[in-house]
Design a protein around this ligand. Sequence first.
Ligand code: ATP
Ligand code: MG
Length: 593
Amino acid sequence: MRVSHLLLVTLREVPAEAEIASHQLLLRGGYIRRVGLGIYAYLPLMWKVIQRITAIVREELNATGAQETLLPQLHPAELWQRSGRWQSYTAGEGIMFHLEDRQGRKLGLGPTHEEIITNLAKELLQSYRQLPINLYQVQTKFRDEVRPRFGLMRGREFIMKDAYSFHSTEADLQSTYLEMDRAYRRIFERCGLATVPVDADNGTIGGAASQEFMVTAEAGEDLILLSDDGSYAANQEKAMSIAADAIPLEGSALQLISTPGETSIEALCHSHNWHPSQLVKVLLLIAHLGNKVEQPLLVSLRGDQELNNVKLMNSVSYLTEQEVLDCHPIGPEDLDRQGVSTIPFGFVGPDLDDALLSSARSWTKRFLRLIDCTAATMDRMICGANQLNYHRFCVSWNDLGGIPNSLDLRKARAGEACVHNPKACLIQKRGIEVGHIFQLGQKYSGAMESRFTNEAGKTEHFWMGCYGIGISRLAQAAVEQNHDDAGICWPEAIAPYEAIVVIANMRDRIQVDLGELIYGQLLNAGVDALLDDRKERAGVKFKDADLIGIPWRIVVGRGAGDSMVELVRRADRDVQNLPHADALAELLSELRP
Ligand code: ATP
Ligand code: MG
């Protein structure tokens, strides 16, 4: 491809809309263009990157026996109602774009495809003899993200590879899950990405086991915790650890202590010389459940711990046997709306009286009480007295009426000991989730009555797995992991072109002839090459070549009269001055070892 014909518009300035390096470089390098919030055009260079990634994904998945398909993006609401997800995906902070057709029928734009595929399986697969089967597609997904940002990292329209497998037994599902794990590792490695597989929360998709693949990068939105012995890694949403021991409380008699205006752990510790691990803090939250119930929560945590909202939602879901749509802290305005005015914020204890909720308009009139294990194991503690400006000192759980639900609700943190090996310690990194594999089990096949006949002649729900890769996010994550001050340094396997021949001075006939000769030879050798034949200054061309990040560059400049050229490796700017035939031979041996 001749750069003079390529749609290549590079920018010198950093666009104001872009905060992170990869987003800035893709905009500046003319790879993508913003069309609207979370909506991007993939320009020709980007589309080549996407296609190269997709080709690797296809090769590796086809090698496992998975079959490619293409499912619709318009999803009839009825299918999502049958799985029970229509409400949570369309109401409140639900991420499904949805619409009505001219007859008033409701439709959603596919954010994921479990419903469509589970229904197809129900219609097409009758017998265990047809199993296992693994279907995948590469397609645009739509999600009305709460915070679209960072370019392709979190778009509202993005390209995903999603696969769904169907099995007659759980053991067979597990074996395909492991095979997909291995295929994913090969895919990311071939794309030139350093990824870390981590234990992940199953979220609203549900199921038994799941693992995410994280590209480690400072700009990552996920926090991951890894053990320093290398044998454990988890998303913080899911991570477990052993908390530091609490500092025992001196004293034996329960006392009421005046704590005027001391509504935070810091203020209390500061005035009374207490340690945060001697206190219990009580958080008030409201959970919106799938059955429309609004459930007030009273969550007790040790004063030095933080609440993990994902663990909380999972626990509430487990205790109520309902899907939890969201959980958020109760503020004074919520109380006003409910007509509940008597809660002594900042002085609440775990035994706050349910009677306070008696006037609530739409909330359930009883707290669901949850206690984190680190709080539940405290002998004596300090907690709010349920009256303004007072705390209780040296209280036991017996004094508070016992421990209702002791659960793991806290955030694991870097520096804490690991559960699998208390001698190992957690360290933290930031990560970009590029892939996710799940064992769904029978969650969707059960909800949608999708069955097959097993060997014994009985009907049974399919065992299912699902496996996603964010193709467009992966492309940008590769830039986040591979760039320098001057621009992108694409890994060879996914670069839009393998090499670029830059003719420094288009007015010099000798340079032009040699540049054309080398370009022709590269194409003949099957190298996907660019020829920068623009009538621009050499400096502009070099800057652009650095910015767009083609892995290899051959510069045809003043040495052309002696057949000498420069061979430059973009990643480390290693420069070799070589006769042109040697440069070509060297490049080919690098590209096709
Ligand atoms: P996240 O936690 O980042 O919102 P998710 O867990 O909801 O993602 P999945 O449903 O697991 O995403 O989707 C599979 C893959 O699709 C993810 O691993 C990610 O790489 C990609 N992906 C998800 N949401 C987006 C998005 N808004 N923009 C680009 N890629 C995305
Ligand atoms: Mg995910």
